[in-house]
Design a protein around this ligand. Sequence first.
Ligand code: WT7
Length: 669
Amino acid sequence: MGIHEADTAAGTGEALENLSDEIRRFPPSPEFAVQANAKAELYERAADHEGFWAEQARALTWETPFTEVLDFSAAPRARWFADGRLNAAYNAVDRHVAAGLGDRVAIHWEGEPGDTRTITYAELQGEVSRAANALVALGVDTGDRVAIYLPMIPEAVVAMLACARIGAPHSVVFGGFSAEALHTRILDAEASLVITADGGYRRGAAAALKPAVDGALAHGDTAVRHVLVVRRTGQDVGWTPGRDVWWEESLAAAADVHEPVAVEAEHPLFILYTSGTTGKPKGIFHTTGGYLTQAAYTHRVVFDLKPETDVYWCTADVGWVTGHTYVTYGPLLNGATQLLYEGTPDTPTKGRWWELVEKYGVTILYTAPTAIRTFMKWGDGIPAAYDLSSLRLLGSVGEPINPEAWVWYRHVIGGDRTPVVDTWWQTETGGIMISPLPGVTVAKPGSAQTPLPGVRAEVVDEAGEPVGNGRGGYLVLTHPWPGMLRGIWGDEQRFKDTYWSRFPGRYFAGDGAKKDDDGDIWLLGRVDDVMNISGHRLSTTEIESALVSHPWVAEAAVVGASDPTTGQAVVAFVILRADAVERADEPGEGGDVVATLRGHVAAEIGPIAKPRSILIVAELPKTRSGKIMRRLLRDVAEQRAVGDVTTLADTSVMELIRVGLNQPGRDPM
Ligand code: WT7
């Protein structure tokens, strides 16, 4: 199951100690509080768990209203609002047009090269309808799965909504994943169609995407019948006649009206793959009514959205769950005007984001701690050159935000005016679960603080007993919530084992947490073999499998070592096969082995999984039962004194690694 007492997340102990230091407090300003969407009484209203969520669900437009709220009789598989029917795209787009808001801008899009598009709700309705008709024309039926592999262009949102409009669950695969990773995901979901682009712009250049789709489908074992290709960069693409179809042509041939297909609330809306503790990614799937309820509600209260006046910007890629819930669904359900940006923060200059905030008058910014720490490193002078006074709320997600970064974010970006919301949630939870409520909560930098109204969380010890204030343990969710995952695609048993077996009857999140003296929750990082690199989830086992699939590698162990910018960084310890050892020992060749293996990981999984360092070692520390002691390797990777080695089968191995690492020709840390 992946929790090992001796192997909890790096730095947990240290983080616990630091909590006793002075905690700063930021009460909400009276001006913010008076206009806030969230009021303290929301917590009281949520005492009636089901009644509270039913009220939130009624904010959506139902084709058939629900009469049932929660059915947890087949736990852990929950059913929410099960006898209701609705359509996600209708709720995200059409109903705003029907309400007379068709001229409101839904998306301000800015491409990395500086090209722009402005899309109103009425235009979005036309585009989504055309795309839905195009999918139907290509044989996609309600219930069929569609894989989406696109850059951050408006078509990504349109594609997701077009799938939702016909009730075809989408499976978005992050554009940074390799052909191999894409292949695994297409296969697992049995997708019948892929939507991609020729490429996208990244760091000033056109980066191809279509070749990865061609590579994935070259295996010849998928159910894919068609590939819809958006022309973004104009670069040359390989073409398989009969299979490949240009998006533009197929939309041009399609009508711009389409009757949305009302589906049951429990109809799957999407699958999103995420890393677990084994080598095989998990296809987390979400259904329609509950997920949308949570997306809309959390987006409204946590970001204090005022759809008439706000310009909202979530910097996440649609390839991650944040890009699902807080780019596509949450903001559009609430009729928001949002900014979508294609490129990287440093192109063409390190001020690009702040230039965009100024240009579009962004009022709400939601991003990840790794980005914040990068901007801190680049220096205050860069944001200082722009007018950021439109900002009125800042959010953080993806990993614990260290108090220094939180305070910097509020001070330098938020001009000491803005609330900062540190939002804890997961791919599995569908939406935000633990977060301060802006205007209500007295904020504490570094803490996600309080379960939202409607969410019930606990911190428990090994035995599953709730811990008292001032103590640490494991984060569990004690009551079903509407946005909860309904399962792992095609693997019911893994769903039960992963989340529900460690603490029966409760959902185990995989995170360590501590309650402070006020009962506020501080997240302490993963307690399983899952790493968090720049807010992206990667599995140690998956990268180990990628490494050992290379003919030179006999054995590999991967750890997430703490990194000042990315939170954690991938560090791999590799034992080479005898023939490869000779190659590594030749002067100048050692680096070559490392470069080859890093490239191999990029090809197997994607560039995001490339180890920061690969250390060639002769032995790996193992327990007597043969389990690799990653805790000790983390000590080495983080250049700490190596901890308790008494459970090692061979206690001399750590000394061997230490000596080996100090030899010339090894990859420096
Ligand atoms: C894991 C989930 C939620 C969208 C992005 C990541 C970590 C996420 C926080 C936070 C501390 C956080 C947890 C969680 N995490 N947000 N505010 N404070 N940790 O989604 O890839 O499903 O990863 O990210 O460890 O379990 P994900």
